[in-house]
Design a protein. Structure first.
Length: 336
């Protein structure tokens, strides 16, 4: 088997979103948005709107250092806004999201209320270059059951599509990263970032119905195992990202099942990625049967490439097999 570990590390360095310039730009955008939000909320209060206090926090891939540089160049940052209110006080969560939108709507040329967040877009040359997603929460301190809830829905949607859903992003982040440290944690992050880049390249045709990055992260939380290489004497000689990624993909494929769809009158493939905190939420619930089948077929093609790379002794040929699925940012050693 060819030794491609150093090329996996180089690949991770090429795709990961943690370079100082990129982080500094998004951090600066975050602070500007939060300042504008504070000013806009204060103005609405002066005008008579009763708006409770709130606290911002980082969430998502940025907070866990799992971000990947987007192929299309549209960098994003996730920010949570936990309002000191109960969901029962505001049964229509779009009302709460409207406060945020009103406060920010003139901050850039494009501020949009989306189903799960309020998004502020920054453009360069007429193209989206950066965007910041602000997710709005009802505080568990104010809810009878002690849980945080995220605001779902947007203007124009029916009443039953506007709702508060249980969500605790900080606890989710703690659970995902708990018990992982040192080189094991670094390999965990590298494998997730590789899988997220693969998804962006190979499942882009499904748009928002493709598995989300958090779905792949939680899948790794459930089924990832750190993997090492051993020398002839059986001693660990280094980490093996190819083996770790291959085993994770295999675990995911083995967990696909099928269920009867009354709507389509046929059996459809399905993978459930269960929320590790609430247990009653499936991170694949947004996917259609077509995108789920594409996900399964895509994982199968990825597994074929990973297996081929493991069986090849020539390093360049192994890297070429990996580039077919992971893209041109995966290094290709010199040679024929």
């Amino acid at each position: 088997m060819a030794d491609v570990q150093k090329y996996f590390v180089q690949f991770d360095e090429a795709i990961r979103f943690d370079r100082d310039t990129e982080k500094a730009i998004l951090a600066e955008k975050r602070e500007r948005i939060l300042r504008r939000l504070s000013e806009g909320i204060k103005q609405q209060r002066v005008e008579g709107t009763k708006i409770p206090s709130y606290e911002p926090f980082n969430q998502g891939s940025y907070a866990m250092n799992l971000g990947v540089k987007p192929v299309d160049g549209d960098f994003d940052l996730d920010v949570g806004l936990r309002f000191d209110l109960s969901k029962d006080e505001y049964p229509d969560p779009v009302v709460v999201k409207s406060w945020v939108h009103s406060a920010l709507k003139r901050h850039t040329n494009h501020v949009e209320v989306r189903r799960s967040c309020v998004t502020v877009f920054y453009q360069e040359g007429g193209e989206d270059k950066y965007h910041v997603d602000l997710a709005i929460y009802s505080s568990g301190k104010r809810n009878v059951d002690g849980k945080d809830y995220i605001a779902k829905g947007k203007p124009g949607q029916k009443a039953d599509e506007r709702r508060w859903e249980p969500s605790d992003p900080l606890e989710l982040q703690n659970v995902i990263m708990s018990g992982r440290s040192g080189e094991d944690a670094q390999q965990f992050r590298r494998v997730i970032r590789a899988l997220k880049r693969w998804k962006e390249l190979r499942l882009s045709q499904y748009g928002r119905k493709a598995p989300k990055g958090i779905a792949l992260t939680v899948a790794a939380h459930h089924w990832f195992q750190a993997w090492s290489k051993q020398d002839a004497s059986g001693k660990i000689s280094g980490y093996d990202d190819l083996g770790a990624l291959s085993r994770l993909v295999s675990q995911m494929l083995n967990r696909f099942g099928s269920s009867w769809s009354t709507e389509e009158q046929r059996y459809v493939s399905y993978l459930r990625i269960q929320h590790p905190v609430s247990r009653d939420y499936d991170f694949c619930s947004n996917m259609t049967s077509a995108s789920m089948l594409g996900f399964k077929d895509g994982l199968g093609a990825l597994q074929t490439a990973l297996t081929r790379a493991q069986e090849i002794w020539d390093t360049r040929a192994a890297c070429r097999a990996l580039r077919e699925q992971l893209g041109d940012d995966f290094p290709l050693p010199e040679g024929r």
